[in-house]
Structures are given as structure tokens and as C-alpha cells.
Design a binder for this molecule. Structure first.
Ligand code: HEC
Length: 198
């Protein structure tokens, strides 16, 4: 089970002594590696961690945000039915069961594929655009840039998976997939139901 956890904010205060020690170490490595271009530091010599690992706090926070803001409820097939007990590798692959209402029929997108075509900065704009119901786009619109960027880094870290969700269907057009009807239903009046049963 995914346990919500407090993940440290990205800007971590580094004690002065540690910061000084780090600077010394960086300078030492820089000198030791005899940088080839004069006046320009070789990035590889300044950070010996494997590529991408400096993003881990952000990715972990993105995972936490996705888990607690409900993206999986719609964008991950079977997530609700299994009470969220699904491998992270299966998250956000989109849904082929539509949501039908006055807006026509909409399908939660495969975000694993959507994000492949967007840079992080493009995502920050894209994520805030208006969408068809029941996508809570107005909630994404209120998310901070930092939250959206962490979500982006988490989803990108999962890589692409699955097929694109079906295209939205306009109101009145034929729906080819199973769908969930979002129109409020009126309960039968007691007079009508008693006519039938007596
Ligand atoms: C109640 C269901 C629901 C929830 C919860 C939900 N979505 Fe969606 N989402 C949808 C639907 C439906 C669409 C398609 C909307 C359309 O056709 O305009 C969509 C579309 C999107 C799109 C557009 C993708 C594209 O390729 O066009 C993004 C981005 C998105 N959702 C992100 C999120 C994120 C991030 C969360 C969690 C914070 C989330 N959604 C939560 C239902 C949902």
C-alpha cells in the first residue's frame, strides 16, 4: 500500500559548515579532473551522481501528489476497484470507458503518452487548460508550478505505456465504447411505482 509520507520540500537548508565542505569538495574534484575548456566547468566533474538521481526528491513528491489528488481514480483503469492497490508501473495509462453527459463522451487520457510529447514548461501551461467534465481541470489550474513540475517529473520517470485513450465524442454522436452515464436520474414517483405493483 502506498503510504502518504511527508516528503521534504525541494529547497533544503544546508547547514553552513556542510555547504562549505561541499564547495571545497567540488573545487577539489574540479581541479583534480583538469577541466579541458579554460574558464568553463565540466558538468560531469562537478556532479558524480548517476544521471537523473538529483531529481529523486521531486519525483517522490510528484508520486505523492498524484496519489493524494485522485488522478488515478480516473486515469488508471481498475484503481478504484482495487482500492489503490496497483503497481505504480500501471498508473495513468488512460481509460477506454467513457464518461457521458451533456458534453458528449470524454475519456481520461493516457498521461504516460501525453507527457512524452511535452517539455516540462509546456506541461505547466497544458495542465492548466480547460477540459471536458469530469476532468477537474480547475483544480490543476490552481496547482503551483512546483507541484505541476513534480507531477511531470514523476510521470515522465515511469516512461510511456499503453495505448492512447479513445478520442472524445461530440454530444449526440454514436459512442462505440462502454460508457458511464453522468446524467442525474429521477427516482420513479410513488404513484407510478404503486400503480405497477398493485
Ligand atoms: C473524475 C475523473 C478525472 C480525474 C479525477 C482526473 N482526470 Fe484528468 N481527465 C479526465 C478526463 C475525462 C479527461 C479528458 C477530458 C477531455 O476530453 O477534454 C482528462 C484529461 C486530462 C488531461 C489532458 C490530457 C490530454 O492528453 O489531452 C490532463 C493533463 C489530465 N487529465 C491530468 C489530470 C491530473 C494530473 C489529475 C490529477 C490531479 C487528473 N487529471 C484527474 C478525467 C479525470
Amino acid at each position: 500500500m502506498l503510504r502518504p509520507q511527508v516528503i521534504p520540500r525541494r529547497r533544503i537548508r544546508i547547514p553552513a559548515a556542510l555547504a562549505a565542505a561541499t564547495t571545497t569538495a567540488v573545487l577539489f574534484i574540479g581541479v583534480g579532473n583538469a577541466v579541458s575548456i579554460p574558464g568553463k566547468a565540466n558538468p560531469a566533474s562537478l556532479d558524480s551522481r548517476p544521471a537523473g538521481t538529483h531529481e529523486i526528491p521531486s519525483i517522490a513528491r510528484g508520486r505523492y501528489l498524484v496519489a493524494v489528488t485522485g488522478c488515478n481514480d480516473c486515469h488508471t483503469p481498475g484503481y478504484g476497484e482495487r482500492a489503490g492497490e496497483m503497481p505504480v508501473s500501471d498508473w495513468l495509462t488512460g481509460q477506454s470507458v467513457g464518461f457521458s453527459g451533456p458534453w458528449g463522451t470524454s475519456y481520461p487520457a493516457n498521461l504516460r503518452l501525453t507527457l512524452q510529447g511535452l517539455t516540462e514548461s509546456q506541461w505547466v501551461v497544458f495542465a492548466r487548460a480547460e477540459r471536458r467534465p469530469p476532468m477537474p481541470w480547475f483544480s490543476l489550474k490552481k496547482m503551483s508550478d512546483a507541484d505541476l513540475r513534480d507531477i511531470y517529473r514523476f510521470i515522465r520517470s515511469l516512461g510511456p505505456k499503453g495505448e492512447p485513450a479513445p478520442a472524445a465524442v461530440a454530444p449526440g454522436d454514436k459512442v462505440e465504447t462502454p460508457f458511464i452515464l453522468f446524467t442525474p436520474q429521477t427516482v420513479m414517483t410513488p404513484a407510478l411505482s404503486s400503480d405497477r405493483t398493485r
